[in-house]
Design a protein around this ligand. Sequence first.
Ligand code: NAD
Length: 243
Amino acid sequence: MELGLRGRVAVVTAASRGLGRATADALAAEGAHLVIAARGEEALAAATAQLREAGAEVVPVVADVTDPDVPGELVQAALEHFGRLDVVVANAGGPPPGRALEVDDERLRAALEANLLASVRLVRHAVPPMTEAGWGRICCVTSYTIVQPAPTLALSNTARTALWAWAKTAAQDLARSGSGITLNLACPGPHATDRMRELGATAGTPMGDPGDFGRIVTFLCSEPAAFVNGAALVIDGGSTLAL
Ligand code: NAD
């Protein structure tokens, strides 16, 4: 299948490891060029070198996506270096575990910064140049917790359902205005990444392959996915018990 991504330009955040990195790899394999962001300089440099080996032009930006200035800077980096922006994959590290009645304001605010506001800000900055070009694909990486809240992940449940409500609303506006932009959510269940290891995944839990996750996000960001908009695709091997 031709995905129509050759020569297109993508911003991918939290892209040095895990699902963000796998998505950057999959986009590069389709011929896209990249602006990638993450906090750790060393891991970002390693990802940059490997993506360049795969043939992508890559602009690495050491950045924390919770800094309100960063989303605008990433969009600017794409426009300045490549003269265009076609795809945004908004990703960030997940919040720590915690039960609903135990999480305090400070931890809630931090989760909302990383898993709601950082994505909202990136979308807000990406939409004007994409609208001008008449084409754009935006995918926010969230979690299966938007359809099945996990009892010990209250911060994730809260921030991600807020993002889902915001994105669903924004996707309607993007469709009605004839912008040519789609906005979707990719919602992973357990995948074999550092995050999963940190959360102490139980032995024997079926895990998705991050590479497959990256290719699914890449499809959502492709030409043929033009009519997929305002969708939240749960990628969990069937483990979520929500209709
Ligand atoms: P990970 O911890 O393996 O990797 C996270 C990446 O994000 C790293 O590159 C890290 O440097 C970067 N990062 C973290 N916070 C950042 C910030 N503030 N600014 C810039 N970069 C930042 O995580 P993952 O497994 O790849 O998960 C990606 C997202 O998907 C997370 O939000 C996670 O909670 C969610 N998720 C993952 C799973 C899973 O099974 N892996 C399941 C459900 C949801």
